[in-house]
Write a protein of this length. Structure first.
Length: 323
């Protein structure tokens, strides 16, 4: 090949790389599904305590910065199986770490950590230092790319903000497929059922019921000011929905077996639902996969939910200490 031909080939490759780079930049900057929603549709969707969409239709958790606030981890590289101090700051419009927050659901900030295949879900509450640094001991259980969400309300702002960023974890990576949609799941000896008819773009009621050994649990304990806490993540881009049940729970109250949520799934698609509930001093997380379409598909638990096995009763690896 002549030098001139090589130069022409190099120039073409460079232009092609630039074109792909520009396309990638546009693709990562815009949520293609959410962008299809007009501002009026976004306003109608009412995302509840997440602060809703911005004027461009952006869903919570898709951006590292919003409304002048930026999620800034101290490190984005970790090693699987090694306990580390997970540290980060929320930088305000002035570029300085935010030190004052308005409590929402009994905490100044909620941190959600989940791998990009939606496995390894954790909902934790780090500690805030005087200089605005948040920190918590944390162990990433497997290698891969993990998503971290910071859900908070800065003092003086009238809405919640949810920011998201990815971190890299060195270690064995074995992709975990989503569970098939089901109306019942078991965790630590508890059976949890799901019922409802979710419809894309409309507020839908979801009802979870908790039982143990075939009997309804009627003494659920308050957790974050309610009897349950629900996080829903859209498969694909991991857009974040964050809702609480309508009933407020004061200390000393007992609840269950039903926990009702009013939830808006913004688009058709597949969502992973993570329900936290507290009983006998421990927090448990029940996971569901839900397909949502524009017409509504009814989710109905089977008659006579089977009780958990002894093996499930002993499986405490996903049990969360109360924080």
């Amino acid at each position: 090949m002549s030098r001139a031909a090589a130069l022409r080939l190099g120039a073409f490759a460079g232009a092609l790389a630039l074109a792909f780079g520009a396309a990638y930049g546009i693709g990562t900057a815009v949520d293609p599904i959410a962008a299809a929603n007009t501002p009026s549709q976004s306003q109608e969707m009412g995302m509840g305590d997440t602060g809703g969409h911005d004027a461009g239709g952006q869903l919570p958790g898709l951006a590292v910065s919003d409304a002048g606030y930026t999620f800034s981890p101290a490190s984005t590289f970790f090693t699987a199986g090694t306990k580390t101090a997970l540290r980060f700051t929320i930088k305000g419009p002035d570029g300085k770490p935010v030190t004052q927050y308005t409590r929402t659901h009994e905490k100044d900030l909620h941190l959600i950590v989940v791998r990009r295949d939606l496995s390894g879900f954790h909902h934790v509450h780090p500690t805030l230092a005087a200089d605005g640094t948040w920190s918590i001991p944390f162990t990433f259980t497997a290698g891969g790319t993990w998503r971290m969400y910071a859900d908070f309300q800065p003092a003086g702002l009238d809405k919640n903000i949810t920011l998201g960023t990815d971190v890299n974890v060195t270690g064995l990576y074995v992709p975990v497929p989503l569970n098939e949609p089901a109306a019942v799941t078991s965790i630590h000896g508890y059976d949890v059922t799901l019922a409802g008819t979710p419809v894309a773009g409309k507020e839908s009621q979801l009802t979870f019921k908790v039982s143990k050994n075939g009997k309804p649990v009627t003494d659920l304990q308050p957790y974050l000011g309610a009897f349950g806490h629900l996080v829903s993540l859209r498969s694909g881009d991991l857009a974040y929905l964050h809702n609480h049940p309508a009933q407020h729970a004061e200390p000393g109250m007992k609840g269950g077996p039903s926990i009702d949520f009013m939830t808006t799934f913004p688009t058709a698609g597949t969502y992973s639902l993570f329900l936290d509930f507290q009983h006998a001093g421990a927090v448990h997380t029940a996971e569901f996969t839900v397909h949502v379409d524009s017409t509504g598909t009814t989710i109905a638990p089977p008659t006579g939910v089977p009780t958990s096995t002894a093996h499930e009763e002993e499986a405490h690896e996903h049990e969360q200490p109360v924080r």
